[in-house]
Design a protein around this ligand. Structure first.
Ligand code: NAP
Length: 252
């Protein structure tokens, strides 16, 4: 527990890792501002948090859109209090081999992952600077180290790491830390879509990934949520600019 509730924004909170991160932060006493495009999924996350005694509100925000981000962060601050924790988690995939990757697939990935993290961080940091306290946690990926079929995604996830380290340098003197969590294979809708693209069953893909992982299993959303909660905590104030691989082995 942090002692007193702070407002934490989690993007991509309608499902998958975002939902697990929101539930974990709520369990640790934070108030949750849930951002996503998918209002129905957000309503379910909000219900799960309220069911367990937490406080949350949902906001339909496109993280790649400057005015949507501006309005969403402002409204979240008005309704829940200044956002002092930000988790940039929203993401999409547009996998393709380089020779047939359409420009739109490249641009969409850059827009959601990089532009999205930039817009959200720029908007939220002013509240953190005012309060001389803040935590920014960006979701990268082991794909930042290179992954065939993901030239766009791996470039964006590597970019997230450089972005994180620069935020740590610029914002540290205001009591704000910035860190990245880089998950390996985690069972979510996103990895289900990878199985579909490869034309194999999800169970087969999970088995294959588990066999290639040191701990012999794939990750669960809670594995990632736990690492995010560490960076978001009061106690981690001397840890900044780091990338933590949550991949069941030494993938970083
Ligand atoms: P997911 O199940 O596909 O959930 C992603 C969420 O982000 C969806 O609810 C999606 O909404 C939302 N989103 C997409 N574009 C958005 C936008 N422009 N504005 C606001 N919300 C948007 O994915 P996940 O597996 O939980 O992944 C979460 C993050 O972890 C991503 O950044 C991903 O790259 C990263 N990651 C995942 C894995 C893994 O194995 N699962 C591994 C490494 C890193 P819609 O449904 O409306 O699109």
């Amino acid at each position: 527990m942090t002692g007193r509730a702070r407002t934490a924004i989690v993007t991509g909170a309608a499902r998958g890792l975002g939902r697990a991160i929101a539930l974990e932060l709520s369990g640790r006493g934070e108030r949750l501002a849930l951002f996503d495009l998918d209002l129905e999924g957000l309503a379910e996350t909000e219900w799960l948090i309220r069911e367990s005694g937490g406080e949350a509100a949902r906001f339909q925000v496109d993280v790649s859109d400057e005015s949507s981000v501006g309005a969403g962060v402002e409204e979240a601050a008005e309704r829940l209090g200044p956002p002092l924790i930000l988790v940039n988690n929203a993401g999409v995939l547009r996998d393709d081999l380089l020779f047939k990757m359409p420009v739109e697939g490249w641009d969409t990935i850059m827009d959601v992952h990089l532009r999205g993290a930039f817009l959200m961080s720029r908007e939220a940091q002013r509240f953190m600077v005012d309060h001389r306290w803040g935590r920014i946690v960006n979701i990268s990926s082991t794909s930042a180290l290179g992954n065939a079929g993901q030239a766009n995604y791996s470039a964006a996830k590597a970019g997230i790491q450089g972005f994180t380290k620069t935020l740590a340098l610029e914002l540290g003197r205001f009591g704000i830390t910035a860190n990245a969590v880089a998950p390996g294979f985690i069972a979510t809708d996103m990895t289900r879509s990878v199985a579909d693209r490869l034309g194999i069953g999800f169970d087969e893909l999970v088995e294959r990934e588990a066999a290639a992982t040191a701990v012999g299993r794939v990750g669960a959303p809670a594995d990632v949520a736990n690492a995010v909660a560490f960076f978001a905590s009061e106690e981690s104030g001397f840890v900044s600019g780091q990338v933590l691989y949550v991949a069941g082995g030494p993938r970083g």
